[in-house]
Write a protein that binds this ligand. Structure first.
Ligand code: SF4
Length: 322
């Protein structure tokens, strides 16, 4: 493995059995993340981005494929061994901080909890000291120690979620829509906090969102997912400058421009979403793609390098590349 990569994911699949057949939530996804960098994973609801994050965290057992963390495959590792050796290295920040916090615990107890559970021999005073350090790190005032989640605003609740994730000193954090439930002004505060923490601690992020404008400033690379598959991946700068896949173009065209005098052509997608249950071997975007041809309906495109480090899964990618 290239030692710059903290994480290397190869042909990862996560299928769920449903009464109608196998739901291909994550289908043959391959990518890697360099240490200290951020990969943004974008796509609309149901594209499999959160399932991908939870599978990397081993909250779901992968159907097949490899998850190499510093060269060790954690995909098939028994959960007990994963929890013992890797859980503290890989943490997650959730979308809805309120739902992920126990309402009966105060701020200090909430941050102490993961420290205590993962360091059974640590003295009580040391657990409290570490939790207080975490509060300071994420900008939570000491006067809030005895406050309960319902007494705090969304931004402060998300700071608790970040403090809990950081309390185990992880290297890799899956941020699953961490600012989607927050007001725009608070979103910026949390994004800045995440960036500052990354610079200070050399953290590596996977940042999952449906909002392209949010992911723009925090990501080094961006991968676009559609119905369980990765359909485009390149640097963040390149995707905003020269996106190639028709679906990515549609996503980008939906970003609002903060200027009422500027007009933007929005690419409105028509057609039905293809079912992710037992999908046929074709382009999964064909039913909504304005450029779909017979080849698209008969053959599945593979993710391939169309430009240096710019991967696209479309039969006609060269035609759409500027
Ligand atoms: Fe559209 Fe065909 Fe490309 Fe799929 S393969 S995105 S249907 S042009």
């Amino acid at each position: 493995m290239d030692n710059k990569n903290l994480l290397e994911v190869k042909n990862l699949k996560k299928y769920f059995s449903t009464p109608g057949g196998m739901l291909h939530a994550v289908d043959n996804v391959t990518f890697n993340v360099e240490k200290g960098k951020t990969i943004g994973i974008v796509g609309e609801s149901g594209c499999g981005k959160s399932t991908l994050g939870k599978t990397l965290m081993r909250l779901h057992t992968p159907t097949s494929g490899e998850i190499l963390y510093k060269g060790t495959d954690i995909a098939g590792m028994p959960v007990k061994e994963f929890k013992m050796d890797y859980r503290s290295h890989i943490q997650m920040i959730f979308q809805d901080p309120y739902a992920s916090l126990d309402p009966r615990m105060n701020v200090l107890q909430l941050i102490e909890e993961p420290i205590r559970v993962n360091n059974k021999n640590l003295a009580r005073q040391e657990v409290t000291k570490r939790a207080q350090e975490m509060m300071e790190l994420v900008g939570l005032a000491r006067r809030l120690e005895s406050s309960y989640p319902h007494e705090l605003d969304g931004g402060r609740r998300q700071r608790i979620g970040i403090a809990r994730a950081l309390s185990l000193n992880p290297e890799f954090i899956v941020c699953d829509e961490p600012v989607s439930a927050l007001d725009v002004s608070i979103q910026a505060q949390i994004l800045n906090l995440l960036q500052d923490l990354q610079a200070e601690r050399g953290l590596t992020y996977m940042f999952i969102t449906h909002d392209m404008s949010v992911v723009k400033h925090i990501s080094d690379d961006i991968a676009v997912m559609y119905l369980g598959q990765m359909i485009e991946k390149c640097s963040a700068n390149e995707i905003f400058r020269d996106t190639i896949h028709p679906y990515s173009q549609a996503l980008l065209s939906a970003i609002p421009i903060p200027n009422v005098h500027m007009k933007k052509d929005r690419m409105v997608l028509k057609g039905e979403l293809t079912s992710p249950i037992n999908p046929k071997a074709c382009c999964r975007f064909a039913a909504r793609c304005p450029y779909a041809s017979d080849k698209c309906r008969a053959e599945e495109p593979v993710l391939r390098e169309v430009r240096p480090k710019h991967l696209v899964a479309c039969h006609f990618a060269e035609k759409f590349a500027k």
